[in-house]
Design a protein around this ligand. Structure first.
Ligand code: C5P
Length: 395
């Protein structure tokens, strides 16, 4: 993505120190950062350190004659591609919701004609307070974008929601917000990775899916500007930066996560969901106690793809995968009909192909128009081609 201009407003909260790292991460990815500090922010970070990291002048004062002569506050608020507020304190959120403009930061937020992304950060009680939740609702209705807050330990010693999102998560949200690719404004759901079906608290049944193909698809969709909800089982590959990540273990949990992520414009089911779970999974670790071998009973897992296709919230385009070891096209064509999805990405996962867990894929795309064989290529290239086809189909 070409570098974008970010106007970064740093509010006065303890998480301001993380905004120093945010500046570095944004610049590493080619974006430029114009920093603005509130008065309270200067209690936590110094203008000098912010300016040194941003490689730009820091703006602080609404009534600074020199600043106004060089670049007025109205121009400053509009020269950026995106305005980011990190940390967004309870006070800044309240000012934004009320439309106050009594210092440089709040005036810029009122004067801007660009999108605004906030990364809230505050004590858990302050976050849960009715006033903050009311302000949050207003900000969401106003179209303000939100990243975080996360749940975790806080500087004040408490635990809960209110931790500012990590710098890399904010970079991901920034890149989603400024991307104006063909999938901008589209919400796409991707499932990925294997599922783990417990036998007892320490053992489980799994499969060899690494999550590589699903991860590349999510990344390719992001690169075209989509908002991606990424529901993944325990995969080897790290989830791409910028997705709305939902981590699950079992097929049941994946189904629940998928249903709560709907509605979506499209859904790509790249997960290798276990067909069966252990019906008599034990609550305690099964012991080798001399009473013979344990007997596992199985129950069928829900078919997530088929259930979404049969449901009321079926996305406009649903893509399934068919990992086959024989009669790939016949089986996959029948699977498309049986599951009720629009496209099937079929591949041969016989061990001799090296596809399962490998970096390449050899796919045939099956749609109502028939079968389209793609040459063997990297999983990233398959993902890019698929994402482009999805963009075309969604129009
Ligand atoms: O039936 P089979 O597992 O071959 O179907 C593969 C396709 O169905 C994949 O897209 C996979 O993600 C999806 N699937 C699912 N839920 C299951 C089994 C498969 O969503 N329980």
């Amino acid at each position: 993505m070409a570098g974008k201009k970010i106007l970064l407003i740093i509010g006065g909260g303890i998480a301001a120190f993380k905004s120093l790292d945010l500046i570095r991460r944004l610049r590493e990815r080619g974006h430029s950062v114009t920093p603005v500090l509130t008065n309270a922010a200067t209690e936590f970070v110094t203008p000098l350190s912010v300016s040194a990291l941003a490689g730009e002048k820091v703006y602080q004062d609404l009534f600074d004659l020199n600043d106004e002569a060089e670049m007025g506050h109205i121009e400053l608020s509009r020269a950026a591609d995106l305005v980011v507020v990190a940390p967004a304190t309870a006070d800044l959120m309240a000012k934004m919701a009320a439309g106050l403009a009594n210092d440089l930061a709040s005036t810029l937020l009122m004067a801007t004609d660009k999108r605004v992304l906030i990364a809230p950060s505050m004590n858990v009680r302050m976050w849960e307070h009715a006033a903050t939740q009311r302000n949050l609702k207003i900000l969401l209705e106003d179209g303000i974008l939100i990243c975080g807050p996360n749940e975790g330990d806080m500087a004040c010693g408490e635990f809960g929601f209110g931790r500012m999102a990590e710098p890399l998560e904010i970079v991901g949200a920034v890149e989603t917000a400024v991307n104006d690719g063909p999938l901008k404004g589209r919400h796409i759901l991707v499932t990925s990775g294997p599922t783990h079906e417990p036998i007892d608290p320490v053992r489980y049944i799994a499969n060899r899916s690494s999550g590589a193909q699903g991860t590349s698809i999510a990344r390719a969709l992001l690169s075209l500007g989509a908002q991606v909800t990424f529901v993944t089982g325990p995969a080897d590959k790290a989830a791409p930066m910028g997705v709305d990540l939902v981590e699950v273990q079992t097929a049941d949990q994946m189904l629940e996560a998928v249903n709560s992520a709907l509605p979506a414009d499209a859904a790509i089911f790249a997960a290798a969901v276990a067909d069966w779970r252990v019906a008599n999974a034990a609550d305690q670790k099964i012991k080798k106690d001399g009473n013979g071998l344990p007997v596992l009973e199985f129950a069928e897992n829900p078919d997530i793809l088929a259930s979404v296709c049969a449901g009321k919230q079926k996305p406009k385009l649903v893509v399934g995968f068919a990992a086959e070891t024989q009669n790939v096209i016949e089986n996959a064509t029948a699977k498309r009909k049986r599951k009720g999805c629009d496209w099937i990405v079929a591949n041969d996962v016989s061990p001799s192909t090296g596809i399962m867990g490998g970096s390449e894929n050899d796919v045939t795309l099956i749609s109502e128009d028939g079968a389209e064989n793609w040459p063997r290529m990297g999983k990233d290239q398959v993902a890019q081609r698929l994402a482009e086809k999805i963009a075309e189909a969604l129009g």
